[in-house]
Design a protein around this ligand. Structure first.
Ligand code: SAH
Length: 275
């Protein structure tokens, strides 16, 4: 049944046939290289048993790879309705495994799906915002089993950064308190049409039930990291007056020297609402 997908014309040809051009306002940078889309799709853990949510299928290169890799079901959310012609042809070839939802991924509610994985070559203009949304959903119990996502390389490095790294910040703390994160591989800008200025990387984020259980109040955690990283050059004792020794700190540290675990501990003891 994968043959119907494999025998569709190449993505670039389907684009030409339907007159589809990449649009800047939707952050469109498409992937045509089958080796690359295949590699991303095959990175989704247990894909054959999984419903995969794809954000921004565009002309469907990655969507096709997910179907070819054997995804049980793919639900693709796309904002640009002019991709409808092309995506409908893929739906027709999918034997009921592909569903397209036209809408804004920032607003679509997926509560009805019991369990899913996310895989996407994300539009860079909303990538970070989407990730933060997903991390909050995961922390509040939504069953997202894995996220396999293309980001611009600098954002990828921020997601996986450990305490002490130059890129370490709010996003690293949040992501690593909720999930296990790693960069799977780098992707050069030459892989995209049109070619973006920045380099990219595929990140894998696997929610970790044990970590999630330890988070009691994600809002105060976020307030705390916003406050301390908001003045990242300042010593923490100059930002918050408290007995830092309780946390094994002297107060002369800066935010970038505080590990995610210690952030969590501080946020559970200090009343962040009073800050
Ligand atoms: N997955 C395709 C396209 C990636 S480009 C490929 O790899 O070739 C990013 C895609 O996300 C575009 O198709 C763009 O229209 C779509 N997009 C941008 N903002 C979106 C949003 N808020 N919700 C859903 N899709 C969006």
């Amino acid at each position: 049944m994968m043959n119907k997908i494999a025998s569709l014309p190449p993505v670039s040809e389907m684009m030409r046939e339907s007159g589809l051009e990449p649009k800047k306002q939707f952050g469109q940078n498409f992937l045509f290289d089958l080796n690359l889309t295949g590699r991303i799709a095959r990175s989704v853990p247990n894909i054959e048993k999984t419903t995969v949510v794809e954000i921004g299928p565009g002309p469907g290169g990655l969507t096709r790879a997910l179907l070819m890799a054997g995804a049980k079901k793919v639900i693709a959310i796309e904002k640009d309705k002019t991709t409808n012609d092309i995506l409908s042809r893929i739906v027709d070839a999918s034997d009921g495994r592909l569903e397209i939802i036209f809408g804004d991924a920032l607003r679509v509610n997926l509560n009805d799906i019991k369990e899913y994985a996310i895989c996407a070559n994300l539009p860079y203009n909303v990538g970070t915002e989407l990730l933060i949304q997903w991390l909050h959903k995961i922390a509040s119990g939504e069953k997202i089993k894995s996220l396999t996502l293309m980001f611009q390389r600098e954002v990828a490095q921020r997601i996986v950064a450990k305490v002490g790294n130059e890129q370490y910040g709010r996003l690293s703390v949040l992501a690593n308190l909720i999930a296990d994160t790693k960069i799977l591989f780098d992707v050069p800008n030459t892989a995209f049409v049109p070619r973006p200025k920045v380099q990219s990387a595929v990140v894998q984020i696997i929610p970790n039930a044990k970590k999630i259980k330890a988070i009691k109040d994600i809002k105060s955690l976020e307030k705390l990291t916003a406050k301390l990283f908001g003045q990242r050059r300042k010593m923490i004792r100059g930002i918050i007056k408290t007995d830092w020794e309780k946390f094994g700190l002297t107060g002369t540290e800066r935010a970038e020297e505080i590990s995610p675990e210690v952030f969590l501990k501080i946020s559970s003891i200090i009343d962040v609402n009073l800050l």
